[in-house]
Design a protein around this ligand. Structure first.
Ligand code: SF4
Ligand code: SF4
Ligand code: FES
Length: 230
């Protein structure tokens, strides 16, 4: 199977380039298996991966123009030549490895932890089954970043728009019955950029390998803000 893979070593290369490789594809192989084969052909080829099960979120790449996790992308679904690039819009460290610092800064900016004002109970903070259910489709995010670099609003305002992942996380805590900082969380998202740059284009939903829906989460935050303002 034919591959065209993005190569760039900032210490040696003046420009990035695409390099052709041939991989012996077998039934059931995933894109990560092909990248590992490519690494046996050229040891210097770099990409991130770990769990191989779609859980750690480390092997997000851009494949034939779409962001995907390499370990759960079957080769059988890909058209040849398979063009593999790093996530668009992120600084390249080497080959497919990008700098995700800004992504994690945006994640931290929404305070991704429970904030309590009441004294903590001696044991756990109880939730009803319904309250717990509200978190389904929110807590499963594996922080892979496939959504954020699929988002046109991110490309236009990478420093100012929080991006779909951070906003999904913001809603995950706003929706949590145990959290007591809704007002502060909403105030933090005020202004034209952090939240309101989302134009509901839904590329993030298409890109998410866990089938989560950041667009819906963003809509829920906007509705809550609206309710608060009346
Ligand atoms: S719906 Fe919003 S967050 Fe998702 S891709 Fe579109 S602009 Fe980005
Ligand atoms: S919302 Fe989906 S695509 Fe975005 S970081 Fe989480 S798991 Fe990855
Ligand atoms: S290697 Fe962990 S998600 Fe793909």
């Amino acid at each position: 199977m034919k591959f065209r893979v993005f190569r760039y070593n900032p210490d040696e290369d003046e420009q990035p380039y695409l390099q052709d490789f041939e991989v012996a594809a077998e039934r059931g192989m995933m894109l990560r298996d092909a990248l590992l084969q490519i690494k046996t052909q050229d040891e210097g080829f770099s990409f991130r991966h770990s769990c191989g099960e779609g859980v750690c979120g480390s092997d997000g790449v851009n494949v034939n123009g779409e962001n995907k996790l390499a370990c759960i992308t079957p080769l059988a679904e890909l058209k040849e030549p398979v063009v593999v690039r790093p996530f668009p819009g992120r600084p390249v460290i080497r080959d497919l490895v990008v700098d995700m610092s800004q992504f994690f800064q945006q994640y931290r900016a929404v305070q991704p932890w429970l904030i309590r004002k009441d004294p903590l109970p001696e044991h756990e903070i109880l939730q009803s089954p319904e309250e717990r259910e509200r978190l389904d489709g929110l807590y499963e995010c594996i922080l892979c970043g496939c959504c954020s670099t699929s988002c046109p609003s991110f490309w236009w305002n990478p420093d100012r728009f929080h991006g779909p992942q951070a906003l999904l996380t913001a809603w995950r805590f706003l929706a949590d019955s145990r959290d007591q900082a809704a007002d502060e969380r909403l105030d933090e998202l005020e202004g034209p950029y952090k939240l309101f740059r989302c134009h509901t284009i839904m590329s993030c939903v298409e890109a998410c390998p866990k089938h989560l829906n950041p667009t819906r989460a963003i809509g829920n935050i906007k509705n809550l803000m609206l309710k608060k303002s009346i």
